[in-house]
Each structure stands twice: as C-alpha cells, then as structure tokens.
Design a protein around this ligand. Sequence first.
Ligand SMILES: NC(=O)c1ccc[n+]([C@@H]2O[C@H](COP(=O)([O-])OP(=O)(O)OC[C@H]3O[C@@H](n4cnc5c(N)ncnc54)[C@H](OP(=O)(O)O)[C@@H]3O)[C@@H](O)[C@H]2O)c1
Length: 266
Amino acid sequence: MSDIRHAAVITGASSGIGLAYARQLSQRGYDLILVARRKERLEQLAFTLEEHSRSNVTTIVADLANEADLRRVQNVFAERGDISVLVNNAGVGALGPTSKVDVSIVENLVKVNVLALTTLSLAALSAFKARGHGLLVNIASVIALGPSVTAAAYSGSKAYVLNFSRSLEQEYAESGITVQTILPGPVKSEFFAASGVSSPGFPEELFMTADTLVETAMRAVDMKENVTFPTLADSALWTEFESARKKFYKSVLVTGKPAARYASGK
Ligand SMILES: NC(=O)c1ccc[n+]([C@@H]2O[C@H](COP(=O)([O-])OP(=O)(O)OC[C@H]3O[C@@H](n4cnc5c(N)ncnc54)[C@H](OP(=O)(O)O)[C@@H]3O)[C@@H](O)[C@H]2O)c1
C-alpha cells in the first residue's frame, strides 16, 4: 500500500450496506468520513475501525434531508484534498401504496435519495476533476428498471439514480474518474424496518448480505465495470436490454409527426 493517504466519504454508514463499505474500505487502507444521523452508531463504528486498521475516521452527524446539514457534507469535498471515493449510499424506502404513505415521508425520500445524492455527486466530481482521478459509487436498486405499486417514489428515485449516474459515467468517461452504479436486489439490512415494513415479501434465498454485496461491488470496480447487478448470472442479458432500449429510443426519434394510430377518424 502506498503512503499517500486517500479518503472515502460514505453516506448512510451507520448500518447495512454503508457500514459494510466502511469496514471494507478501511481494510483497503482508506481514511474514512462517515455520514449518517445516528451519532452513537457512527462514533462506535469509528472507534472500532480505528482500533482494527490504519484508517483515520471522521464522523459527520448529518440529516441529508436538511439543507444546512447537506451543505456541511458538500463542503467537505472542497475542504479536504484527500478524498478520492464517494459512496452515495444513504437511502430510504417510503414503502407502501402512495395513498397510505404520508406525503412528508415521500418528500423526505426525494431529498435523501435524489437531491442529496445529486449534490454530493457533483461536489465529489468537481474535486475529483481537479485531481484527475476518483471513484463515485451510487447505490440504485434493481427496482430502478420498473414501476412498483408499493414503491412508487422509491422506484422513481432509483430510476433517477440509474440515469443520472450513467449520464455522469459518459460525461467523465475519458477523465480518469470512475462512476459506478450498483443495482442490488434484496439485501439484509435495516432498510425494510426503517420503511415500516415488517415482512419484506421476498423469499429468504433472494437476500444477499451487505458484506457480500460490497465485496462483489468492489470486485466489479476492479474489473472496470460501471453498471453492476450483483446477482445477474448472465451479463449478456444486460447487453440485450441496452440494445433494445437504444433501438426503441431511435424509433421514437424518427419524425416530429404523430404516429398513424393517433390520426383522428374524422
Ligand atoms: N436493503 C435492500 O434490500 C436494498 C436493495 C437495493 C438497494 N438498496 C439501497 O441501499 C442503500 C443502503 O440501504 P441499506 O439496505 O443499507 O439500508 P439501511 O440499513 O436502512 O441503511 C440506510 C442508511 O441510510 C442512512 N440514512 C437514512 N436517512 C438518512 C438521512 N436523512 N440522512 C443521513 N443518512 C440517512 C441511515 O442512517 P441513519 O438512520 O443513522 O441516518 C443508514 O445508515 C439505500 O440507498 C437503499 O435504497 C437497499
């Protein structure tokens, strides 16, 4: 390992996938900046990681749905010259039919899953650009690929994460900066409980542990993969999906005239 210190910012580091990232990036020698609302959890984690690794760990207690807190986290990218990784992991589900979920919970989801992820992605990219390298990891979900009656805002937010991150991936393709989008299936964590769901409704065998997910995602970065479906056995299916999408997109942009089926019968 080189003596040059690199730091990683991980949002939502107090549990689940973020916590697994914190452990595994500290094993890879990164200093850490851990972000979440639960102060005690972050401090306990920082203490344990510093005891068992060479990492220096900073904690930022912040509610990413709160504008002032988000700015504090955003500013870290300009204040510190050593950050080369951002894992935009903090996220919430607001699960259930929209008629049963309070609008404030849905608004909170948009602030955390969409607004904070966007703001921090741009802050990180601006810092990475100045240094000519960096890794941005955005956690989407396989639910990004389709609508869901019990996760309208969640699936919408993850579709945003997918398109936003892939657009950044293209923008920064030749820059030395890597943008990785991860689309996990169900993962063992506090996610469903935090959304007020006692039984997630997926069979047990569909769940991956957070540690396995992060190991897989980090291996995928080492393999220079930008879009990672950790459980996808046949990667040719994603290539086919993408070709179908591109073909469809082209067929929508052939003419400015309405299609024949919309012609009035008069
Ligand atoms: N679990 C799954 O099945 C699954 C599948 C696909 C994708 N994902 C995605 O994976 C990511 C991590 O989820 P997880 O499964 O690890 O769930 P989790 O155990 O509930 O972790 C969510 C993390 O986000 C943080 N967080 C939530 N609201 C926040 C806020 N307002 N400000 C700051 N931090 C906040 C939480 O910390 P505090 O409560 O301490 O703030 C916690 O550390 C999410 O983006 C989720 O959408 C999860």
